[in-house]
Design a protein around this ligand. Structure first.
Ligand code: AQP
Length: 334
């Protein structure tokens, strides 16, 4: 609890253009939950450099990500939307938590295995300790809940383990966070290979629908989505491409897979694909309009960045000071 309210933390990396996977799996739930909690949403740019980035591009993407959070419906006057790199407590707590995390635990992380296979020429220590920085992000704000997609559930489990371990030694320092998974959209798959999750850093642009894709592009990508040759609309694992399209439709329209199967019973895949394209475009239209307005208001965004970095630092430092004291660092002279 902070100031009498339960706390929510989540974040995204500025590693590419956001996809509807990021939106339906995480951002949409952030907006839904934002009235209920005291919210912290990081643009987690420190995580982004675990994979090599072009500096100018990273800066541009980080700002665009921040504007997308707001364009998607988060109120930056209430929710604290900030750059992770502006709050040094993240790195400081991560160091301390590194000393309470075992190599064996990090070795088991599937994201590390996937990313090291994808970036075999740059398997750096940051990629390995990524989940510890993520634990620091969450624990700094004493978060009660962390809305993420299913792909992040293993990291969240580890965060809980680290927090419990620390609390067992030093008393009640950290709140133990719970994961929040939405009813639909927790794992949106690639449109070109539905056995793989949709990812913002996928090299094939047709595999993902980006939040800033225009309407024609969205429709074209939906129409080209890989399905199967069965020709019957059913919701089952044996038809992963179709299942994914139904999942996208469900998450956009807040309906269940059974309702979708009934709605499209006896119709061809083409009809469903077009309906999915329209559902995604309906969802993205207001976001595009809001984003364009924000782009025009540089001073407003700059001011938010400054104010929110201060706000996040205030709360983060409170936890950090407590942790530093617990582990035995000398008190700072006032
Ligand atoms: N396909 C997805 N379906 C549902 N949710 C998803 N998320 C990511 N992909 C899907 C959720 O979006 C948030 C963004 O997390 P991140 O930026 O920290 O990185 P990530 O999980 O590694 O996402 P990407 O898009 O796959 O990025 P890259 O390509 O850089 O690795 C998280 O809440 C995540 O669960």
């Amino acid at each position: 609890m902070l100031d009498g309210k339960k706390v929510l933390f989540s974040g995204m990396q500025a590693t590419g253009n956001l996809t509807i996977g990021n939106y339906l799996g995480a951002l949409k739930n952030w907006v839904k939950l934002s009235d209920e909690y005291m919210c912290f949403y990081g643009v987690v740019d420190m995580h982004s450099i675990t994979v090599r980035q072009d500096p100018a591009e990273l800066r541009k993407r980080a700002r665009s990500l921040m504007m997308l959070y707001i364009a998607a419906g988060l109120n930056p006057e209430e929710a604290c939307i900030y750059y992770q790199s502006h709050v040094s407590a993240h790195a400081e707590l991560a160091w301390i938590l590194n000393c309470f995390t075992y190599m064996g635990e990090l070795n088991r992380m599937t994201q590390f295995k996937d990313k090291s296979a994808k970036h075999a020429d740059n398997i750096n220590a940051g990629l390995f300790t990524y989940p510890v920085l993520m634990a620091a992000d969450i624990l700094l704000y004493q978060a009660d809940v962390v809305p993420v997609g299913i792909d992040q559930s293993q990291h969240l489990e580890l965060t809980r383990d680290i927090a419990i371990r620390f609390n067992n030694i030093y008393g009640d320092v950290f709140t133990i966070p719970d994961i929040y998974l939405g009813k639909a959209g927790a794992k949106i798959m690639s449109l070109q290979d539905p056995t793989k999750k949709m990812s913002k850093s996928d090299e094939n642009p047709n595999a993902s629908i980006y939040l800033m894709d225009d309407e024609d592009t969205v429709m074209r990508k939906c129409k080209r989505a890989v399905t199967d040759s069965e020709g019957i609309i059913m919701y089952r694992d044996e038809q992963p491409g179709l299942k994914n399209l139904i999942d996208i439709y469900c998450a956009c329209k807040d309906v269940t897979p059974d309702e979708v199967v009934k709605e499209f019973d006896g119709q061809g895949y083409g009809v469903l694909k077009e309906a999915v394209g329209n559902a995604v475009n309906d969802l993205l239209r207001p976001l595009h309009d809001n984003y364009k307005k924000l782009e025009q208001d540089k001073a407003y965004v700059d001011q938010l960045i400054k104010n929110n970095a201060e706000k996040a630092s205030y709360y983060a430092n409170k936890t950090l000071r407590k942790v530093q004291k617990k582990v035995g660092f000398p008190e700072r002279p006032r």
